[in-house]
Design a protein around this ligand. Structure first.
Ligand code: CMC
Length: 351
């Protein structure tokens, strides 16, 4: 319902506050997000110092952590939490778009107060002094749906990282930075980039059957990216919406993407294969999402950053929930020792 009816900002408010905002609350929230959307100018020199080949997820994780140095802790805890949450939600878009612009050697585009959350991000990504960006409502809508579908997903790897890190009572920036680092992995959020790389490889080498065989081979670490899920042993409901979005968006934008045809064919072939049937492997959220992002012009290296922006409200909500838990404890998974029994230290020349 949210993907169909809500704005991303309303969804963010719901995640953080536990209910949808009324009109006044939404206006106040929008003003706050606008007021905090700029990034400290001194941070720009950090961006410019990363090697050009740096992955945007590494940059984002570092820069989010660095925010604490630029926005030191406030004295009042409640004010500190509200302010940090607002700053993060607002600045993450600006920071993500900045890393893209700087990686291309282009001038940074500042946020605009007259644009809503999704449109503002697209403008910061694609506006240029020589080619003004025209807001495309279909692209804005696709981004809205993409971000809402990623907003939260219980105890996945990155959320658990945020909770465990946060359990030490580190500041929120540090906890979110840990979440971004975990999300980067190709088995988690990095899968959206890996899917497009896999589909491009299949397109180039025309080797779909070979990819399926490799995915089934236990000796080969290759997996069919965008397939399978720890929790869903059925079709990921987010993937259904994403697949529909692919079709309608490409249609509206009049784009024909050969990777969409390959993805659909791969889904049909895999779903008929005994291995995938027996293992309950279905497309997950990442299988079609990259094609949506490509259609709106997002470069592949930025795909997981897009996931991170969408997941941010979920991470914050989970962090807040653990903070408010009266039974909160420092996270400390136990370990069962299975190594050799007691041994003695052997001096180096006797080893
Ligand atoms: N291709 C081939 N075999 C697979 C795949 C796949 N994509 N996914 C699982 N399997 C097999 C796996 O080899 C194992 O086989 P067996 O039992 O015969 O040894 C069995 O299915 C169970 O695998 P698992 O890794 O124990 O299962 P899991 O539920 O922990 O896996 C997963 C979840 C997402 C890590 C896995 O399905 C995978 O690696 N998928 C590809 C990467 C991907 O698309 N990740 C995005 C996940 S959704 C978004 C997110 O969470 O960020």
């Amino acid at each position: 319902e949210l993907a169909e009816k809500a704005t991303f900002k309303e969804t963010v408010y719901l995640m953080i506050n536990g209910r949808l905002p009324n009109r006044d609350e939404l206006t106040r929230f929008s003003i706050l997000l606008n007021d905090h959307s700029l990034v400290h100018e001194d941070m720009r020199s950090f961006y410019e110092s990363f090697p050009r080949i740096s992955h945007p997820m590494g940059i984002l994780s570092s820069m989010v952590n660095a925010l604490r140095s630029f926005y030191p802790e406030l004295q009042n805890l409640e004010e500190e939490i509200n302010m940090t949450v607002t700053r993060l939600l607002s600045k993450i878009r600006t920071m993500a778009a900045m890393s893209y612009k700087i990686s291309r050697g282009h001038k940074v585009v500042y946020p605009r107060p007259d644009l809503a959350y999704c449109a503002n991000f697209l403008n910061m990504m694609f506006h240029s002094p020589v080619r003004p960006y025209e807001i495309d409502e279909d692209a804005v809508n696709a981004l809205r749906v993409f971000w809402i579908l990623h907003a939260d997903h219980e105890q996945n790897c990155s959320t658990s990282a945020v909770r465990l890190d946060g359990s030490a009572r580190v500041n929120l920036y540090a906890a979110i930075s840990a979440g971004i680092a975990a999300l980067w992995g190709p088995l988690h959020g990095g899968a959206n980039q890996a899917v497009i790389e896999m589909l491009s490889d299949i397109a180039e080498k025309k080797n779909m059957a070979h990819a399926i065989e490799r995915a089934k081979d236990k000796e080969d670490p290759f997996r069919l990216m965008g397939f399978g899920h720890r929790v869903y042993k059925t079709y990921d409901p987010r993937a259904k919406i994403m697949k529909k979005m692919c079709d309608s968006l490409l249609n509206k934008l009049n784009i024909s993407d050969p990777l969409l045809d390959i993805a659909k064919e791969l889904e049909v072939v895999a779903r008929k294969d005994d291995y995938f049937v027996e293992h309950n492997l279905y497309p997950n959220v990442d299988f079609y999402s990259g094609i949506v992002l490509r259609a709106i012009g997002i470069p592949t290296s930025m795909f997981t950053v897009m996931f991170a922006i969408g997941r941010l409200p979920g991470w914050i909500a989970q962090w807040k929930e653990s903070l408010d838990d009266p039974n909160w404890k420092l996270g400390r998974p136990r370990q069962i020792y299975t190594g050799p029994p007691q041994t003695q230290f052997v001096p180096i020349d006797k080893r």
